[in-house]
Design a protein around this ligand. Structure first.
Ligand code: ATP
Length: 324
């Protein structure tokens, strides 16, 4: 396999309206991404540095990737996608080469967004994960911008953030016998590239993870206030599973292009799909269409009963425990 595999650049065609719910997240991301990429001169004018890294965290299938693509589309930025798991599974040296190559291409194609999915896979295994996270996320936002982004809102999910941070810190010293592990080498390359971003204009790294929670209760105790000040210069966005209103919105997004019966009650469907993620709701809409075709290959509309038939057979992957 070639060392350049996986480095694909795209200009995504995803609008903010393709994402149901998540009004707050979209607004914060919009500003955080569009401002530095589109208005970098305004930052220079005020003598402040735009952020270089943002972390999106939350359960799978709740649109972290789609948000990153919508942000790239809105900012007319080139979009490069990397996966921690993919990097980790590569032959020695390949992952580092892929990373370097991606950053090089992103610099050439700026404004660019590098989307780093499953960031925890690389991060969690290495001694210097904390450095990585801090450098990735502890951006040089000014206090004014921090308050603009309404930090109070972040602290609604403070425990998740704290968990993630402590989980990451717990990885420090994790190298098994002092030898350089794959994760350490990848991280070191990533850190070098991230440092390079200080000079490069118009490149933003968006990292995503589903696993901010893997931590021991004992880790919750120390350093809470220290952590608050540490997080003040960080943009960490929790992407939650959809609530009722958001589910209704998502169903509307995914039935927009479908021919659905006029009297279809999306609100009722939203009520009956508690704990469904955006991905599952999208699947539900598609599957309802397939049921309609199975029933009658010349069907022209998808009806409520088709949705009901699918809902009877679908179980959400998330549990209440996981999101409370
Ligand atoms: P993972 O953590 O597994 O990578 P993710 O959080 O990145 O998942 P996406 O890949 O963005 O999730 O979403 C999966 C699918 O679900 C996409 O096709 C997307 O269209 C749909 N989807 C998820 N959330 C929403 C939403 N809020 N509105 C519309 N579609 C959504």
């Amino acid at each position: 396999p070639s060392i350049t595999r996986g480095v694909t650049m795209e200009i995504p065609v995803v609008s903010w309206d393709d994402i149901g719910g998540l009004k707050d997240v979209k607004k914060k991301l919009q500003q955080a991404v569009e401002w530095p990429l589109k208005h970098s001169s305004a930052f220079s004018r005020l003598g402040i540095s735009p952020m270089r890294g943002i972390l999106l965290h939350g359960p799978p299938g709740c649109s972290k990737t789609t948000l990153a693509k919508a942000a790239a589309c809105a900012a007319q930025a080139s979009f490069f996608s990397l996966s921690g798991a993919e990097l980790f599974s590569m032959y020695v040296g390949e992952g580092e080469a892929l990373l370097r190559n991606t950053f090089r291409k992103a610099r050439l194609a700026a404004p660019s967004i590098i989307f780093f999915d499953e960031a925890d896979v690389v991060g969690a295994k290495s001694f210097s994960t904390a450095d990585f996270t801090v450098r990735l996320l502890k951006t040089s936002m000014s206090t004014a911008i921090c308050s603009y982004f309404s930090l109070a809102a972040y602290f609604c999910h403070f425990d998740d953030i704290l968990n993630f941070y402590m989980f990451i810190c717990n990885g420090r010293g994790g190298g098994s016998n002092g030898s350089t592990t794959v994760g350490e080498r990848l991280l070191s390359t990533l850190l070098t590239e991230m440092d390079g971003l200080e000079q490069a204009k118009g490149i933003l790294v968006l990292a995503a993870t589903n696993r901010p929670y893997a931590m021991d209760d004992a880790l919750m105790r120390p350093g809470r206030f220290d952590l608050v000040s540490c997080l003040l210069s960080t943009l960490i966005l929790y992407v939650p599973p959809p609530d009722l209103e958001a589910r209704y919105d998502i169903l509307r997004v995914h039935t927009r292009k479908m021919k659905v019966e006029n009297d279809i009650d999306l609100r009722r469907i939203a009520e009956d799909t508690e704990l469904f993620t955006g991905a599952e709701l999208e699947g539900l809409c598609n599957e309802a269409g397939i049921v309609a075709l199975r029933e009658d290959i010349s069907a022209t509309v998808v009806c409520n009963r088709h949705f009901q038939a699918v809902m009877r057979s679908l179980k959400p992957a998330l549990t209440r425990q996981e999101i409370d």
